[in-house]
Write a protein that binds this ligand. Structure first.
Ligand code: C5P
Length: 238
């Protein structure tokens, strides 16, 4: 069992760079400098600026989590993984509800295109609750569904999952260290929750077992983003 301090130290910060103006985003990364290693590029920015933007962020020395949440028939997802697999990215998301075969094909494509790339499975979006699952004909609770999809991801050979900070403990209990866990919905103590409903502080998320936390607005909307990052890294035990 790692001590609390050791497990805290293994958790790293990822900045969700959801800034619409790419020039502003890149300038922010330059201002923040080396204390930030990881940047998340989401669907919004990728559909607007494409692979060149990924290369520009990587050229600033950042490691990249490309959050595209791919979900289609196995062949199409595999081809998309091959396409983005040649980019300088270290993590990529796919939807686990695409099924076991889709995940297996995605893993094969990843191994061919970029063996270092970590494929992460998205289970239940945090925008979905019991009622919205019912409307899809799904009678399981979100927690039951997360456990089922995680189990399928394990069978398919996935090595990481994106999950809310409140699902980390459940996944740790059920699957031990099987998955790298990446957790959004994290807020430094005292910062605005925004539209995030069930939040945790960086240190609490790390103690629960998150390997990476994703934080966006509390950093890029701050007057001094570098200072917020310093505070988060301190909270994570660095
Ligand atoms: O600004 P904020 O810290 O809320 O940003 C969190 C990031 O994580 C956003 O890019 C958001 O889309 C993403 N995310 C999330 N909840 C999920 C999955 C992804 O907040 N369940």
């Amino acid at each position: 069992m790692p001590t609390e301090l050791q497990s805290k130290k293994t958790c790293q910060l990822i900045l969700a760079l959801d800034i619409e103006d790419k020039g502003e985003g890149l300038a922010l990364l330059e201002r923040i400098g080396e204390q930030l290693e990881w940047v998340k590029i989401g669907l919004q920015m990728f559909t607007r600026y494409g692979p060149d933007y990924v290369r520009q962020v990587a050229a600033l020395g950042k490691r990249i989590f490309l959050d595209l949440k791919l979900h289609d028939i196995p062949n199409t997802v595999a081809k998309a993984v091959e396409s983005v697999g040649v980019l300088p990215i270290q993590m990529l998301t796919i939807h686990t509800c695409g099924g076991k075969e889709m995940m297996e094909w995605a893993i094969q494509a990843q191994q061919k295109a970029n063996p270092e790339l970590q494929l992460l499975g998205v289970t239940v979006l945090t925008s979905m609750d019991t009622d919205s699952l019912r409307l899809l004909g799904i009678t399981e609770s979100p927690a039951e569904r997360v456990a089922r999809l995680a189990s399928l991801a394990k069978e398919a050979g996935m090595s990481g999952l994106v999950c809310s900070s409140h699902e980390v403990e459940l996944l740790k209990q059920n699957f031990g260290d099987q998955f790298k866990l990446v957790t959004p919905g994290v807020r430094p103590a005292g910062s605005d929750a925004g539209d995030q409903k069930r939040i945790m502080t960086p240190s609490k998320a790390a103690e629960a077992g998150s390997d990476f936390i994703v934080v966006g607005r509390p950093i890029y909307q701050a007057e001094d983003p570098a200072a917020v990052i310093r505070a988060i890294n301190t909270d994570l035990g660095e």
